[in-house]
Each structure stands twice: as C-alpha cells, then as structure tokens.
Design a protein. Structure first.
Length: 221
C-alpha cells in the first residue's frame, strides 16, 4: 500500500535516486558494491547488517516501526518479518524506489509512504522504533530529520542510524569532503549523531564505525 505523504527539497544526490534505472539495479548491484566498499570490504558485517539492525531496534512482535528513506524496501521487508503482529512502514521521496518496494515486498504487509523525513506524517511519540540507513548524508538539513526521528519515537523506543563517518587518516577526511560536497553528499563527524541524541535525553547511545560508515543507536527518554 502506497500512501501520499509530505515531500520537501531534494539534493542533487536525492534527485539521482529518482532514476527508474537506478531503482532497478539498486539492491542487486549498486548498494552491494558501494556499501561493501564503504564498510572497508568487511564481508561479514555486510552479510549481517540487516539482522544487526533488527537486534539494535529490540522490536516486540507487535511493534510499529519506521524505515526512513527505505528505497526499494529490502530493510522494510526484514522489519515487517520481525513484527508479524505489528506494522512496518517505509517512507521515501523516490516514486521509482517505492514502486519496486511495492512490487517486491507486497507479501509482507508493509505500508509505504511517499514523503520527506523533514516532516514525518506521524504524531509525537507514536513509533516503537525508527531505522534510517544510508540516507542522512544525501538529505539537505539532515539534523532536522534527526530531530523529526527523535520527535516520533515513544519513550523507551529505539533509533538506529547509519551514515557517513569522517576518516581519521591524515588527509583522507578532507578528501572525503572535497569529493562528496559537489554531489550533495555530506561527511559527518563521528560525534554528530551521538551528541545530538544524548542532548535529546537518549540513553544507551552507542556508535560503531565500519570503514567510512557509522552506526548509531539509542533509547528514547
């Protein structure tokens, strides 16, 4: 089921995600190649990424969980399987991506919303978990999206984010920014998300870094 939502400004990188051609190859070729490389070619981590995300969210089987910037729905499918008595919802700005999500995951019972992370169509403190993997570095004003995630998670609910991480190797961090900037991509400091969640009162805030990607989790106050 596709539900119209709220859309917003899009970066150059986000507009690229509107391509029907990219939507066709994203999960089969684009994501595996790029993300495996970004993870420092850590094959075990890549293979376990989806199950690690489920474990990080600590979902009850009747939970309501959001997959923000869900793309073609590969993670939404896994979330839906984890909440057989609950509800998994995918939100994305790309109609081609959501078209593939609906086609490939119709049997899961997941719902999909065409909308923006800047204005999530959910009331305050209504979701048991929010997953946002591989998108914040594409989005203009990404910390506004983080604030929206914080807003919609209920007390005790969990957040799991994956985004870029600046390298600590001399000169490489600068090179990351120089390459990413013109495309609309953003390279985050390793403390950007942990500090923001902590400032919002989140507990159990943790970060793992794999290659040039960081995984941040926390529990809502």
């Amino acid at each position: 089921m596709l539900i119209p939502g709220l859309t917003g400004d899009r970066s150059l990188a986000q507009r690229a995600m509107q391509s029907p051609v990219l939507a066709q190859v994203y999960e089969r070729a684009w994501r595996p190649a790029l993300f495996w490389a970004a993870m420092g070619f850590d094959l075990d981590h890549y293979r376990q990424e989806k199950q690690a995300a489920i474990a990080a969210l600590r979902l009850a089987d009747d939970a309501t969980v959001l997959d923000l910037a869900c793309g073609p729905g590969a993670f939404t499918r896994v979330l839906a399987e984890a909440v057989p008595r609950g509800r998994a919802i995918g939100v994305d700005l790309s109609e081609p991506m959501l078209g593939h999500a609906l086609r490939d995951n119709a049997d899961t019972g997941a719902s999909y919303v065409l909308g923006s992370g800047h204005r999530l169509p959910f009331a305050d403190a209504t979701l048991d978990g929010v997953l946002c993997y591989g998108a914040l570095y594409l989005i203009p004003d990404p910390f506004r999206v983080v604030d929206e995630i914080v807003r919609v998670v209920r007390p005790g609910g969990r957040v799991a984010l994956m985004a870029s991480a600046s390298s600590r190797l001399p000169g490489l961090g600068w090179a990351q920014g120089a390459v990413a900037g013109p495309t609309g991509l953003r390279v985050f400091d390793r403390a950007d998300f942990t500090s923001r969640l902590s400032a919002a009162g989140f507990t159990e805030v943790e970060r793992e870094v794999h290659g040039v990607l960081q995984y941040v989790t926390g529990t809502a106050p």
